[in-house]
Design a protein around this ligand. Sequence first.
Ligand code: ATP
Length: 649
Amino acid sequence: MLLEPHRKPMTAPNNQSTKISQQSISSVSALKFFGKKLLSSRHESKLKKKASLPPDIHSASAAKSVASSSKSSSSLKSSRLTNPFVHTDSTRSSSRATGIPSSTPRANRYPSTPRHASSTKLSNERIVYNPYGVSTAGTSLSSVSTPTKKDPDLGFYLHDGDSNIRMLPIPIVDPNEYLPDTMKEVSVQMSDNFVFDDENKTIGWGGSCEVRKVRSKFRKKDVFALKKLNMIYDETPEKFYQRCSREFIIAKQLSGHVHITNTFLLVKVPTTVYTTRGWGFVMELGLRDLFAMIQRSGWRNVALAEKFCIFKQVARGVKFCHDQGIAHRDIKPENVLLSPDGVCKLTDFGISDWYHKDPHDPASPVKQCAGMIGSPPYAPPEVMYYDSKKHYDRKLQQPYDPRALDCYGLGIILMTLVNNTIPFMESCTFDSGFRDYCAAYDNFVRLHNRGFRERGNYRPGPGTEYHLARNFQSGHAARVAWRLADPAPATRYTIPDLFEDPWFQGVETCVETCVGGDGDAHAVTCKKPIIKTTTYDNPRGFNIAATTTTTAAAAKPTSNPFPIRSMVDIAVSSPAPAPPPPLARSNSSGEALFTLCETPPQLLDKLTPHGGRRTGSPHRNVVHHHLNIIDSVMGNSSSIAPSQVLAST
Ligand SMILES: Nc1ncnc2c1ncn2[C@@H]1O[C@H](COP(=O)(O)OP(=O)(O)OP(=O)(O)O)[C@@H](O)[C@H]1O
């Protein structure tokens, strides 16, 4: 069954909405609040609050939020007047009048500070409720189905001639101008090697993108995702190109790990009936995102062992990012995609950043962040202090470690997976749910486990007497969730702490860890697209390396005599380009395969997806069926056999 992503615009949370109690959000409907995003003050004058709720508003929390939303309708209205991305046709106007638009896209989020700005520069931020991701049915990529989207954002369907349109000027800039030498591409035109899928549907969207299926021109069954990027707010074309190339460089650097969604190409997208011109990423196609799974009522019936398995996969993805010197900074279920094998893969590196002061030097100190970033409730309290609407004392606004932001997000994800709902709306003292959690945390430390926050203390965490620990059915599992979501960043679990935790180590996953170091590629995680054609004339003489996937006559490699203008900007905070990966292996038909070997060996947790197969554990015969979970959660409950899954707690 398809998720109908009806979305309701909401204003940023005010104190009233944040006082929703834990009890009141203890329903799946509370998940509707996922994805609120914190926005940069850089856009404050233009960027106004957009948000959404799906149509089935049943929970008290949702009702309260709707109320709070309508109370703020005037501000919403005025904000929309200045938001160049708000469509103004009569249908939408009437939708706004009723308060239930057909749908609105996920609002944008942006890093709190310019990525190249000084880390200590503070900024005021706005919060925008961000509607959530998409849900699709089916279990194969070809059958990835799509929600209906009636209110596309950001000029996706808009045309030249309207001053509100965020259209890139012609000519669209060559992506190679923004890419480091090791990432320069032989083909930069999407239409050289891909066609839009006939379905002509959106499979996902965010504040600054719309995701569609594209197919290989040469092998129609090879289907990929095209993340078509859009200009946001008052962004200039130059800023757009910088932002998108930066996201691409990070995504590409991380590609190749089993828990990272592969990003293959940065391409120019032509104006077609499907889309307007611009840039897009050709990516591995995910089946659906984790948010879409959790919000289904069937999620409640998913065994804890499966939930822990999913959590561990996400954590491995985060660990890999950190190992690569990158903080994701927007860890949340919407940014976890499930592959057809049921493997969890991180995506959306739009606000990710290299976290070393000198990105070229992994030994250099960690670059502290300031300002609001990420998405409540996954953003930790030290980040929420920067919310200008909360009027916190500026003394509370201390620079923070971006890795701790990811750890907190992981902890909230674990709580959400287990409790079937987010624990609270926002991790700030204006939220009563969060206040309760902090009080419970202190109580537990004071009364039950004084050493709880100490390193190496693996005594059980809170038990059933604690609301947010009750459903874990294991004090050890609760310990991990609470230690990750420690409100105090100084004592919060780090990724090394997590991976040393005995409970976490004992969680079995259906993605096997192959520790052997035989140097062989253990798994094919995703086929690379076939690049056979290029209309690229390489006018700047970029030095483009041919790859095994490319049969096109590559532009003759020459030295690059031109300074790459925006690389100056990219270089400010980008690391040395990753060493070129070993060539992908080819299968018997000559296709290049994307293998785990493409990740630098010293950084790679060799992982092999074995969705639906027995793990190699000598202790248990856990059978994980993420695909069956998907079926189950999406309505075909007969396909999952909970008895097949032993609790791993
Ligand atoms: N490769 C993919 N395959 C399938 N679906 C995808 C893929 N990439 C993104 N999506 C869907 O599109 C949604 C938006 O993508 P993404 O989060 O990358 O965009 P964004 O503009 O950065 O969003 P946000 O507003 O959260 O910043 C995702 O939550 C997911 O549901």
